[in-house]
Design a protein around this ligand. Sequence first.
Ligand code: PBG
Length: 328
Amino acid sequence: MKFPEARPRRLRENPVLRKLVSETKLSLDHLVMPYFVRAMKEEKKPIPALPGLYHYSVEGLLREVGQLMKSGVHSILLFGVPGKTDLAASEAYARNGIVQKAVRALKKEFPSLLVITDVCLCAYMSHGHCGVVEKGRVSNDPSLKLLARVAVSHAESGADVAAPSDMMDGRVRAIRRALDSRGFESLPILSYAAKYASSFYGPFRDAAGSTPQFSDRKSYQMNYANCQEAMKEIAFDLEEGADMVMVKPALAYLDVIAFARRRFSVPIAAYNVSGEYAMIRACGGLPFFSEKEMVLEILTAMRRAGAQIIITYHARQLAAWNHREKVL
Ligand code: PBG
């Protein structure tokens, strides 16, 4: 059928009909809100690089997450900002580390909250790299033992999902084995499988204090020119025992999500990263832009590309908009 018999506009005239034929649905059920918990006295402190977001103490986080859950978001991704760093990232797997304390408190107060913890070393290493540094380079195999320790200590604190973000080779297997050998065989792994070396992480690094003190992360995070390599990374992580995989960042990588969606039958997470959030916030304040409409559009696009899960700093605000005016 061709024009004039075919008129695609027929299905766009009426809002109920538009919804009826809509192919993609965005819902709070698919959103994960990231939080930074920090060893500090104040309950909350604004993060200058991320307008509208805060560092929280454990107490402050409990209060905040209570609000989040009331607004309809039930999953969080937790990052820690420790009081001290060293060359073994010891606060990352300390029994009384900031993430461990926060997870225990959160799960006690909100048993139904899904707590995903970021498993990495960068915020806990004095040099800011995601692995052990030897002779000026990030050394793969010695990092695996530490990463496995981090995952186990998060699990012991009550975390629901381990999300390794370091991009060392073989970390998923190392973490899976360590978890299984300690009785955590039911704890899922969401691996940051296709994580690119991106300039969109800037505000996060400022917030987490994890900027590398020398060189960059290009020897372990992926080259943004590559998509086939992402399929290889995802296949490896699945073979090693990942239950869900992530593509990160999201906005400039929707093609990677769409490719992965067709090739793999596991849940895919899109990480709408800090720089993407900060960009939308900055534009949202200008005339001619609506922050709310932009957020709805980009998050729906991530779902359309094939992501089940969307990790986004907009989650809290979107839930609040939805509460007031039913935008979803
Ligand atoms: C830690 C980590 C980073 C992010 C998530 N986990 C930073 C990095 O790799 O430098 C970025 C998240 C964001 O920008 O929102 N490895």
